[in-house]
Design a protein around this ligand. Structure first.
Ligand code: PMP
Length: 427
């Protein structure tokens, strides 16, 4: 949009290059699953921001709750709690399954991951001494951009800045059923052995419930074996639900698809559909290990964010948005599979509910085709369907993640655009 150029130019001048790389859409306002700029353009949102707006954009219920909270009291910190913080941790603990009955609030997903790493190692030390400190995670995983989160991540290029990697972080193949040939649990124990890691030295296994870069889920049998393995070796199983939580996958919690419950679950993004807040939920015996006053963070449980999270959760539950994600997801994935049958540029369709990953490849191979994926996103955005830039391996996965309030008509409208774009780009 030419009118947006002066804004983009200012951003380019004053922000670091690292902030670039997205379609040039300057948001003015958004509502439900629609996004508008200031010049009369509108898009069906297939991004939810970055998987934030689970309950929809600018829901009046969330806005009202934030405004009410702001006009009653705006400032607080972790030292002096608010009633809304108490209500939020209580509500989350009530809706989460046992044993996830204590909740620690933070601000970002990365911070929740850092906290989980610290809890795993504290737990490990309490059980096995200094050696029980290894954090096992997965190839191609993304857990955020802070130091520990990136060491636990499985994308080597993102770790280049670190220089000196902690050998206590070990990655094993993610069983994606596409690039990883063997998706059986034997791959997990073999990879540990190959890395010289004894099971008794593992403090925790950290896993995105589905991999954000591809939207791939692991096979349920794999996860059930992993759950048993963690219990047997007294290692904590941590599900990073920063993307998967709060209905996104067609279930309230992503781990429900596997029939397991982790020892710790990490939330962010869609927890509030709006303001920045994250949470570590877990076994009380684990969360209570660090002493009083030892896990502080200034904005922990900020009342504005708590009010937003409470209002968002109420909408997710009352409107059964997980159920809507399941129903709309069936339509979405059905159509995407039909596209895959027609277009050899689609190597894999992954995801569940209202998250899908369309892996673009060079026809006939599994090699990622980032240029093709980028063209798909660009052409969709030009035609009124908003997506962020391609993600994942080779930057070749087109990610579809609309707000969970989207209805069939809008979903089909977007899919018609996507189909037209594939026809155009493959001819
Ligand atoms: N975990 C996962 C699975 C994520 O997708 C992200 C963000 N994309 C994070 C952690 C980090 O969250 P944040 O950007 O809020 O620090």
């Amino acid at each position: 949009v030419p009118e947006s150029l002066p804004v983009l130019e200012r951003l380019h001048e004053y922000e670091p290059v690292a902030m670039r790389g997205q379609p040039p859409v300057v948001w003015d306002h958004a509502e439900g699953f629609q996004v508008y700029d200031a010049w009369g353009n509108q898009w069906i949102d297939w991004s939810s921001g970055v998987l934030i707006a689970n309950a929809g954009h600018a829901r009046p219920e969330i806005v009202d709750a934030v405004v009410r909270q702001a006009s009653s009291h705006l400032l607080t910190n972790y030292c002096f709690p608010s009633a809304s913080r108490a209500r939020l941790v209580e509500t989350l603990a009530q809706v989460l399954p046992a044993p996830l009955k204590k909740v620690f609030l933070l601000t970002t997903g990365s911070e929740a991951v850092e906290c989980a790493i610290k809890l795993c190692r504290t737990y490990g030390r309490s059980k096995g001494g200094g050696r029980k400190s290894v954090i096992v995670s997965f190839d191609k995983a993304f857990h955020g951009r802070t130091l520990g989160a990136q060491q636990a991540g499985g994308i080597p290029v993102l770790k280049e800045w670190i220089g000196h990697l902690d050998p206590g972080f070990v990655q094993v193949p993610f069983p994606d059923g596409f690039r990883t040939e063997d998706s059986s649990f034997a791959g997990f124990t073999q990879a540990l052995e190959a890395n010289g890691v004894a099971p008794r030295d593992v403090a925790g296994v950290l896993m995105e419930t589905y991999q954000g870069g591809s939207a791939c889920f692991a096979p349920p049998e794999y996860m059930q074996s992993l759950r048993r393995w963690c219990t047997e070796h007294d290692a904590l199983l941590v599900c990073d639900e920063v993307q998967a939580g709060f209905g996104r996958t067609g279930r309230l919690w992503g781990f429900e698809h596997y029939g397991i419950v982790p020892d710790l679950a990490l939330f962010g993004k869609g927890i509030s559909s709006s303001l920045p807040i994250s949470a570590v939920a877990g076994r009380p015996d684990v969360l209570d290990l660090p002493a009083a006053g030892s896990m502080t963070s200034t904005h922990t449980g900020n009342p504005l964010c708590c009010a937003a999270a409470l209002a968002s959760l109420e909408l997710v539950l009352r409107e059964d948005l997980a159920g809507n994600a399941m129903r709309m997801g069936a339509i979405l994935h059905g159509k995407l599979q039909a596209l895959q049958a027609r277009f050899p540029q689609i190597g894999q369709i992954a995801g569940k509910g209202l998250v899908a990953g369309v892996a673009c490849v060079h026809p006939g191979t599994k090699e990622p085709d980032g240029d093709f994926a980028w063209n798909v996103v660009e052409r969709c955005v030009e035609q009124g369907v908003l997506m962020f830039s391609p993600v994942g391996f080779g930057g070749a996965t087109v990610k579809i993640s609309p707000p969970l309030v989207i209805h069939e008509e809008a979903l089909l409208e977007g899919l018609t655009v996507l189909e037209g774009v594939f026809s155009e780009l493959s001819s």
